[in-house]
Write a protein that binds this ligand. Sequence first.
Ligand SMILES: CC(C)(COP(=O)(O)OP(=O)(O)OC[C@H]1O[C@@H](n2cnc3c(N)ncnc32)[C@H](O)[C@@H]1OP(=O)(O)O)[C@@H](O)C(=O)NCCC(=O)NCCS
Length: 210
Amino acid sequence: MNSVVENNFWRKFRKRTQRRNKQYTLRHMFDLFIQDAQRWYVMGQITPREKITLRVLLTLLYRNMSLRAMAWFRFGSWCQRNGIPLLPGMIQRKLLREFGLDIVVGAEIGGGLYIAHPAGTVIAPRCIGQNCSIIAAVTIGMRNEWAFPKIGDNVFIGAGARVLGGITIGDGAMIGANAVAIHDVPAGATAVGIPARVVGSNHIMVGCAV
Ligand SMILES: CC(C)(COP(=O)(O)OP(=O)(O)OC[C@H]1O[C@@H](n2cnc3c(N)ncnc32)[C@H](O)[C@@H]1OP(=O)(O)O)[C@@H](O)C(=O)NCCC(=O)NCCS
């Protein structure tokens, strides 16, 4: 009787998540991962997709621990969005154990995420756009209530920075090393300090080498 109830539970759970995430196919997962790999051919830059051949991809995976972490993250997210039980949690723990990266598997994160040094980095966003750069020991998460940052495209977040609460970081914004962002940062602005204040603007960056 119990197992019948459990089976029904998992069937309903899977149907619900599958309906919700129809677009998160294996192909979509692979696309996002190739975009991640494009950030590693020349570190932090965006390399044209045609340069990422299978051979290049395998070399990049062999050389770059962060890219291996992204591969696990994308696979975990695919499992999560398609209602596969247990695996997402196992992958999330693996990411923390092996790479020191605490990232919410299944979070809405666009392709081309570049995490230079994953150790000590915590990523729990509402969503992150495309081609963002996170350097090292960054925290993206809640402040004192259950609300998480929304981060646009091409955002750069320097080493040790904290982005906290239900704030919005606009496209192309830069958060300086060790800044604590607790207010919205407009598109293209540079914010530094604690709490982070805007000190400049008009940086619409597409990829960034560090
Ligand atoms: C935020 C950052 C991107 C700004 O770069 P930029 O647009 O070239 O800005 P500038 O260097 O001209 O600095 C503008 C002002 O902000 C200040 N500033 C820059 N970065 C700062 C930081 N992290 N914290 C506090 N103030 C900072 C500068 O002193 C300058 O102030 P001033 O005008 O009073 O002299 C850069 O300083 C930064 O923090 N990069 C992170 C790099 C990193 O994470 N490295 C780790 C590698 S492992």
